[in-house]
Ligand binder design. Structure first.
Ligand SMILES: [Fe+2]
Length: 358
């Protein structure tokens, strides 16, 4: 068969419709039923108790997204990495989750293998396979042969489709630029102006463009690092301003509607919102940490795009979609270890369409 651009897109779309690889899922059923409740979280220390799974399971999510620092691996020894994943797998609450709900995952620095790490990490190939083993990716999955753990799935019937896009912000990421002199209070990094430095790498950028052209009403893009906040000096897309601009340009250029970013990594929860030039507001719902948050008051850091924050205490994110309304309503929530809502914003799907901001 001649490989035309149309065929490539067709295959990409079909691949996205394959059943999820998470455990405990009735995959065929998931395709028929629209996703209504998507929980997510990040930053889970495998050696400490993880009581947060109780309220997560209690909320009966259709899907759980692990958005990075799923374990604190921090090693180049893959046996040590495997052992640490095994400790997550042995957490009673996590076992309960995987028995009742499919899990999709991407990684951040610590489960990738090194704090604030990027393409220079020498065990990235091996670490990818250990990650995919733990999350039950089939041996013949195309995700095994990509460079990076990025992936995408579409759930639900036509007209009520939710696309989950999992980015890999580690495997190809170029060097961070350090603040000189160091100032711990402001964070260690400043934007790297070098346009040659990448976050996603060429292959993942091409893949992402194809994904954004796959039909879906809601697109949840999981990025381990924050996309929208730009004022703090820790890890974030804005450390590579040209790459963040490229991301926004891609959303605008593909006319992809319904994009919502979710992120982790920061050991705080917040909702940020901005006009990124895509024609509708871009939200970034950050949930961190599942069990490694500050347990006492943590001073606010500046975030010009902040809608609200939960600046201390363990938390998870919950996105609920009410498809029964004429204009589907999306509730973006952060919840605490008691399962209580600590932060909420309700939006309508009609407000996530190009042309809303002119
Ligand atoms: Fe991280």
């Amino acid at each position: 068969m001649r490989i035309s651009r149309r065929n490539v897109l067709l295959f990409t779309g079909l691949a996205a419709l394959l059943p999820p690889s998470g455990t405990g899922a009735d995959a065929a059923q998931m395709q028929k039923k629209p996703l209504q409740r998507i929980a997510f979280g990040s930053c889970a220390g495998q050696d400490q108790p993880q009581p947060i799974w109780e309220p997560i399971v209690g909320n009966k999510p259709d899907l759980f997204l692990f958005v990075g620092d799923n374990i604190y691996g921090d090693t180049e020894d893959m046996q040590v990495m495997r052992d640490k994943y095994a400790r997550l797998g042995a957490q009673p609450g996590y076992k309960k989750l995987t028995a009742t709900c499919p899990v999709l995952a991407t990684w951040d620095d610590h489960d990738y293998g090194v704090n604030d790490g990027g393409a220079e990490y020498p065990k990235r190939r091996e670490s990818q396979q250990v990650f995919l083993d733990f999350f039950g990716e089939p041996k013949n999955s195309p995700r095994r042969s990509r460079e990076g753990v990025y992936d995408a799935r579409v759930y639900g019937p036509p007209g009520k489709q939710v696309q989950i896009i999992l980015l890999d912000t580690r495997y190809h990421r170029g060097p961070l630029k350090r603040r000189e002199p160091e100032n711990r209070a402001l964070g260690p990094y400043v934007p790297n102006p070098d346009p040659a430095v990448t976050v996603l790498g060429d292959a993942q950028w091409r893949w992402l463009e194809a994904q954004l052209r796959v039909p879906a009403e809601v697109r949840i893009i999981a990025s381990s690092i924050q996309v929208v906040p730009e004022d703090h000096g820790w890890e974030k897309w804005m450390n590579f301003p040209h790459e963040r601009e490229r991301l926004f340009n891609l959303i605008r250029g593909t006319k992809a509607a319904g994009v919502l970013f979710i992120s982790g990594d920061r050991h705080l929860a917040e909702l940020s919102m901005m006009d990124g030039g895509v024609g509708y507001p871009l939200y970034d719902l950050t949930s961190s940490a599942l069990n490694r948050s500050a347990q006492r008051w943590r001073p606010y850091e500046t975030n010009r795009h902040r809608v609200g924050t939960m600046n201390w205490g363990d938390n998870f994110g919950l996105i609920s979609i009410d498809w029964e309304r004429q204009d589907p309503q999306i509730s973006l929530q952060i919840r605490d270890v008691d399962g209580d809502i600590t932060l909420q914003r309700k939006i309508y799907l009609s407000t996530l369409q190009p042309g809303v901001i002119r």
